[in-house]
Structure formats: structure tokens, C-alpha cells
Design a protein around this ligand. Structure first.
Ligand SMILES: [Zn+2]
Length: 291
């Protein structure tokens, strides 16, 4: 695919002066000279970016998720864990309407429905939407920016979504509009200030400059929330569940091939093939409320 690139100013402070942090896959990842926010510039132009998500994003085409559905078991464990971690902040109300932004294969909606919530999902991928509609899910083929709703939501989730979005302020302000008075927004996003990013540098798995266009940390996320009428009520480091195949894939990605082979052997000897562990992958977990 031929990418159309465009220059954008800093989403956090609107300035255009930047310092080059690194280049990856031919893209420059830069740091704003004024506020320090990290983003890709120039990047895939907004219209083309939206079209990437519309068509088979979840199939492996050099971007997107590799084997999203194959990793179903682990993904469900992640969503379970994240909803549980935010559990004490979720308002007690019945019925409880929830919204999962970028719901992919619907695993998180499935969990929400199991909790007795009434879940709705937003997804851009056309095939995924059709599949979910046929499976009986309440789904809109829409971005969060364009989503119109009569309903307000007590829980809104954006798991690994916000780093993909071009207009962050528009999204935060929309989330505020869609949230009930005591509702919560739960987010997971790569943390640019994480130990993993500092350790792995340019090789950090989350540097995916085609689709991860903004790189948050605790301060920048708080700043966007603040100026859109939201407040951070809880934040923590966050990771995900990994099984042996996940760990081997990740180690191979980082070219730790010897370690990958060793791990595979250890797991086989100890018969741990179907076991999984929670690993800190350098993400940030945030719960937000209205101010
Ligand atoms: Zn800036």
C-alpha cells in the first residue's frame, strides 16, 4: 500500500517544532520541543488511516493485529482482569449501559453482557461488524468521533485504542458527553514512560508508527483529560496475559532467539504449554470520571 503522508502539529500544545527521537519502518517518531509529547510526524493522512481500519485490520497485512482471534483465550483474560481492576470505581446501577470503543471481535462486550450489563460496541472493521451483528451484538460501524447516541453510558472502555486516534481532544470531549454523571472511562494504552520502553528503545513493540500515532504517559493523558472536563481517579502500570506462544513470539520479535528456544523447551519439559502468566508489557491503565 502506498501511504499518503502529512505533517501535523503537536496534539497537546499545537506547536510544530520537534526533536527526532527515532525512525522506524521509514517513519519519524518525534518529541514536541515545547511540551514533550511524543508522536509520529509526518504520518499517514487521516482519511487513509481511517480506511486502514475499515478493511481487514485484524488480518495480518504488515500492520494491525496478528492472529487476533487465535489469541482469544488470552484476550478474554486481559479484559476480565482490566474490568476487575476498575471494578471498585464502576457505579452500582441497574440497568448498566456500557460502551466498548474499538470492540474488535466482541470479547469485551461478551464479558460485559455476562456481568449483566447492556453492552454496545463501536468498530470500524466492516467484516468484523457484520460478523458481530449476525452474532446478535449491539454494534455500530462508527468511530467514537462520529458516534451519535441518545443513551448515556456508565462504563466506557478504550482498550489499546486511544494511541490510534488522530483528534484526541475531540474524542475526550465526546467521551465526556456520552458518560453518565457517576460513570467511568477505562483506558489501556502503551506508556511511553514505561521501563520496557526505556529498556528496549527503538525495538519497543509498541512503536508501530503506521497505526500508533500518539505515545502517552501519565502526564499527557492527564492533561488531555483535564481540559476536556475529565479527571484521572486511578492509574497504574499494566500488562497482559501471556502463554508460551505469546512469549516466544515476543522474544523472537526482539531477536532474543536463543531465549525463545530455551523457554519453549522449559515449557515443554514442565508441561506448561497451556499455562499463562500476567506480564507487565509497559502499558498504562487509567480510570477517568467527570470533574
Ligand atoms: Zn507540544
Amino acid at each position: 500500500m502506498e501511504f499518503i503522508l502529512k505533517n501535523y502539529s503537536c496534539s497537546l500544545c499545537s506547536n510544530e517544532e520537534t526533536k527526532l527521537l527515532l525512525t522506524k519502518q521509514g517513519f519519524s517518531i518525534v518529541k514536541c520541543s515545547y511540551c514533550g509529547f511524543v508522536y509520529v510526524n509526518p504520518r499517514v493522512e487521516n482519511m487513509q488511516l481511517a480506511s486502514i481500519y475499515k478493511h481487514s485490520y485484524f488480518k495480518n497485512m504488515g500492520y494491525g493485529y496478528v492472529g487476533y482471534e487465535q489469541e482469544k483465550r488470552l484476550r478474554i483474560k486481559n479484559f476480565e482482569r482490566w474490568l476487575k481492576d476498575a471494578g471498585t470505581y464502576v457505579p452500582v446501577t441497574n440497568p448498566l449501559f456500557s460502551l466498548d470503543v474499538g470492540c474488535a471481535a466482541g470479547y469485551c462486550m461478551e464479558l460485559m453482557n455476562t456481568k449483566g450489563w447492556t453492552a454496545k460496541g463501536l468498530e470500524l472493521d466492516e467484516e468484523m461488524c457484520e460478523y458481530l451483528q449476525l452474532s446478535g451484538y449491539d454494534i455500530s460501524k462508527s468511530s467514537i468521533e462520529d458516534f451519535e447516541s441518545e443513551n448515556l453510558y456508565s462504563v466506557i472502555t478504550l482498550f489499546d485504542v486511544i494511541e490510534h486516534i488522530p483528534d484526541i481532544d475531540k474524542v475526550f470531549s465526546k467521551l465526556n458527553d456520552l458518560l453518565t454523571k457517576d460513570g467511568v472511562i477505562i483506558m489501556v494504552t502503551p506508556d511511553h514512560n514505561s521501563f520496557q520502553r526505556k529498556l528496549l528503545g527503538k525495538r519497543w513493540f509498541q512503536y508501530k508508527p503506521i497505526e500508533h500515532i500518539h505515545y502517552f504517559d501519565r502526564n499527557s493523558l492527564k492533561a488531555f483529560a483535564d481540559r476536556n472536563g475529565l479527571q484521572v481517579i486511578y492509574q497504574n502500570n499494566c500488562g497482559q496475559y501471556a502463554d508460551i506462544q505469546f512469549l516466544v513470539n515476543r522474544l523472537s520479535y526482539y531477536h532474543f532467539n536463543f531465549l525463545a528456544k530455551l523457554l519453549k523447551t522449559v515449557f515443554r519439559i514442565l508441561k506448561l504449554k497451556d499455562k499463562y502468566v500476567y506480564t507487565d508489557t509497559g502499558s498504562l491503565f487509567v480510570v477517568l470520571k467527570k470533574k
